[in-house]
Design a protein around this ligand. Structure first.
Ligand SMILES: Nc1ncnc2c1ncn2[C@@H]1O[C@H](COP(=O)(O)OP(=O)(O)OP(=O)(O)O)[C@@H](O)[C@H]1O
Ligand SMILES: [Mg+2]
Length: 277
């Protein structure tokens, strides 16, 4: 079951994409930046961990968890930060970030430098499933973050990470299958995938990719006594993907509403201190 307050927080994060909650001067703010393969999402929290504004841009600045367009990434973070600042009537100065599990120090530093170059002091750098689990609150089990380019997973025991892994599979690989099957460009495959009119066809065509993802996750969690798996990330939005995982893994597999917003929200929740506007 997803706790009511988690559902509420995720719903508020989505509505913060469009609506700004006004923040009077002196309000403490915390900003999280999720720099991903398919999108960059920034969430700003106000008092009581409430999302007050959120911005997102689809982009192509990272592949398989590695930044390939450094300047492009800086520009997107600058744009999102500027838009958030304008909406909130204050300059955002600091943020937390997250990187896929097992990211090397050099690559984690690249993420940090991008966000710093965009004008935000980096107050914390976490791994993505840990950020996601700040929202989910799983004590024992695995959190799997399926993104555009990679699938990261962390195993939690008594609330602490005891194992983590990251593999190159995600929404991009679903697009590759759709490109081959329907003769589409990458961009057309992305549009086709997200069009609710094609949902059944997309589910059928991408099922082998979801099965492969589940097999990969199964390999990592085998023998670890996992009793529960949570899925987050954009591709998890696809209806029924949790059933494919449950079949392969043989344990209950759950997903929250708005799974793409879990990690960005979790990053913002982990900003220590933050700033006042
Ligand atoms: N409704 C949906 N159905 C299927 N796939 C979706 C849906 N919404 C988003 N996606 C896919 O989710 C992916 C983006 O998810 P997410 O934002 O979690 O990834 P990311 O954080 O950018 O990537 P990574 O974590 O690998 O760096 C894209 O491949 C996108 O096509
Ligand atoms: Mg991600």
């Amino acid at each position: 079951m997803v706790a009511d307050n988690t559902v509420d927080a995720l719903r508020r994060t989505v509505s913060a994409l469009r609506c700004t909650t006004p923040v009077p001067p002196g309000t403490p703010l915390r900003c999280g930046v999720d720099l991903g393969t398919a999108s960059i999402i920034e969430v700003v929290l106000g008092p009581d961990d409430r999302p007050v504004a959120c911005e997102m841009e689809l982009c192509d600045v990272a592949r398989d968890g590695l930044v390939v367009d450094y300047m492009g990434a800086i520009e997107v973070v600058q744009r999102l930060t500027h838009r958030l600042g304008t909406r909130l009537g204050t300059e955002l100065k600091a943020a937390a970030i997250a990187v896929p599990p097992g990211t090397s120090r050099a690559n984690a530093n690249t993420h940090r430098h991008i966000v710093e170059a965009a004008g935000l002091e980096v107050l914390a750098s976490l791994d993505e499933p840990t950020a996601a689990n700040s929202v989910l609150g799983l004590v024992n089990g695995a959190v799997v973050d399926i993104g555009g380019g990679t699938t990261g997973l962390s195993v939690f025991e008594d609330g602490a990470v005891v194992y983590e892994a990251d593999e190159a599979t995600g929404g991009t690989h679903m697009n590759l299958v759709l490109m081959g099957r329907y003769g589409l460009t990458f961009e057309a495959a992305e549009r086709f995938k997200l069009d609710p009119a094609h949902a059944a066809e997309v589910r059928a065509a991408t099922r082998p990719v979801a099965e492969k993802m589940a097999t990969i996750v199964g390999r990592h969690i085998a023998g670890r006594g996992i009793e529960e798996v949570w899925l987050v990330g954009g591709p998890v939005t696809q209806e029924g993907i949790e059933d494919i995982f449950a079949e392969r893994l043989g344990v209950p597999v759950r997903k929250p509403p708005h799974p793409m917003m879990v990690t960005p929200l979790g990053i913002a929740l982990n900003v220590p201190g933050g700033q006042t506007c």
